[in-house]
Design a protein around this ligand. Structure first.
Ligand code: F6R
Length: 261
């Protein structure tokens, strides 16, 4: 995998937004897999600015969700459908038809998971999948010990993840759902380009294990090691545990300008 160390989250957002804009210039109807949480917000802001400045036309872009809480009432502001509509679909000026996600309020959740995997395949597959990383090493909501071959399915959140996400629910862990639908690791690995952004010191241990540790179901993000085109963008704080940080810096500095990530 390629590791790019940037000074801060704004620089990471700009770098990744430019990669997404470049993809859309080459493939205007690209299917963009988006993550939620705090980390990717600078990416969405930078991409929306490029659209507003007419640096890229995103009008034909398609967007798909990575995961969703199970059991939140329809329209709940912290459902990932609401978040993606608010942070990505509306700022990019897309209509809701260009957006797909798993149905977290389905009566038959297992069937909704199978249907979502099928819908992604029928849409031609994800061109670029954005990922964050949990402090426990999860990607999507594939918590530690998720099968590396898993498909979209229901998962139970760890206590750590519920604590981490309580900030989106008035700081009240009791409001954080226990269950989620998440693209499986096998599903995620089918995207053509994986781009993980990690910022802040709280992510340093998870990043080091994912990038430099062994491939392990205990660290789901280590599955990126299996992917032919995976890019990990980290700020200095999140890079703090990387033994090969200097090598990563030198490799990126030597890369031709035109090559992008
Ligand atoms: C969200 C998701 C999660 C987050 C991760 C980091 O769709 O899939 O894997 O990316 O929990 O969250 P933040 O960015 O809030 O630290």
């Amino acid at each position: 995998m390629e590791v790019v160390i940037v000074p801060d989250s704004a620089a990471g957002g700009e770098l990744i937004a430019e990669a997404m804009a470049d993809l859309l210039r080459r493939k205007p109807d690209a299917l963009l897999g988006v993550a939620t949480g705090s980390t990717p917000l600078p990416i969405y802001q930078a991409l929306a600015a490029k659209v507003a400045n007419k640096e890229v036309d995103a009008s034909r872009a398609r967007v798909c969700q990575l995961d969703e809480y199970v059991g939140l009432p329809a329209g709940h502001p912290e459902s990932y459908r609401s978040v993606v509509l608010r942070e990505v679909v509306e700022p990019l000026g897309l209509d809701q038809d260009s957006f797909m996600g798993p149905d977290g309020s389905a009566e038959d959740v297992a069937a909704a998971c199978v249907a979502y995997d099928r819908a992604l395949a029928e849409a031609g597959g994800v061109d670029l999948q954005l990922l964050g990383i949990g402090t426990d090493g999860h990607i999507g909501f594939n918590e530690p010990c998720s099968s590396l071959a898993s498909r979209t399915r229901i998962k139970t959140l760890t206590q750590q993840t519920r604590v981490d996400n309580a900030r989106f629910f008035e700081g009240d862990i009791e409001q954080v759902p226990h269950h989620v639908i998440t693209q499986g690791i096998g599903t995620i690995l089918e995207a053509r380009h994986l781009v993980l952004l990690a910022t802040g010191e709280a992510k340093a241990d998870a990043v080091a294990l994912a990038v430099e540790g062994p491939l392990s179901a205990l660290v789901p993000a280590s599955a990126l090691q299996l992917h032919p085109h995976a890019t990990v963008v980290v700020d200095e704080a999140a890079a703090a545990g990387l033994k090969l940080a200097d090598y990563f810096r030198a490799t990126y500095a030597a890369k031709p300008d035109w090559q992008g990530i």
